[in-house]
Design a protein around this ligand. Structure first.
Ligand code: HEM
Length: 96
């Protein structure tokens, strides 16, 4: 179990750059922070519909945690690059 947890952490770290890039692409698609909550709610609703009684509270909690982890990383990366672009604009316009 301990080994499995280690493998999962390493896998998580390895996919993070791709998740951050996914978040930046989503900002380009026009996705805003509030949309992540709606999609998260829709995901849990769909799981309840699809799994029925197998959608236990443990299953729901695991999906909610996974979605939140991804969504938070995506939003943070999108916000960071928006901040970077804004700062760059300020510097270049100050330079005249
Ligand atoms: C954890 C959250 C999410 C994940 C993992 C996810 C994943 C993906 C993936 C893999 C794609 C394929 C295109 C690409 O790789 O760039 C995609 C496309 C897209 N997603 Fe998401 N998404 C998430 C949240 C959202 C949210 C909150 C919205 C807003 C409603 C959204 C809207 C879109 C749109 C508009 C596209 C482009 C569709 C197209 O033009 O083909 N996604 N998403």
């Amino acid at each position: 179990m301990k080994e499995l947890a280690k493998v999962q952490i390493i896998q998580g770290l390895l996919i993070m750059p791709a998740v951050q890039e996914l978040g930046r692409r989503h900002a380009d698609y026009g996705v805003q922070e509030a949309h992540y909550a709606s999609v998260g709610t829709a995901l849990l609703w769909a799981l309840r519909q699809g799994l029925g009684p197998q959608c236990t509270s443990a299953v729901k909690a695991a999906w909610a945690a996974a979605y939140t982890l991804l969504a938070d990383a995506m939003q943070a990366a999108a916000a960071e690059s928006a901040y970077g672009a804004e700062a760059m604009q300020t510097v270049t316009s100050a330079e005249g």
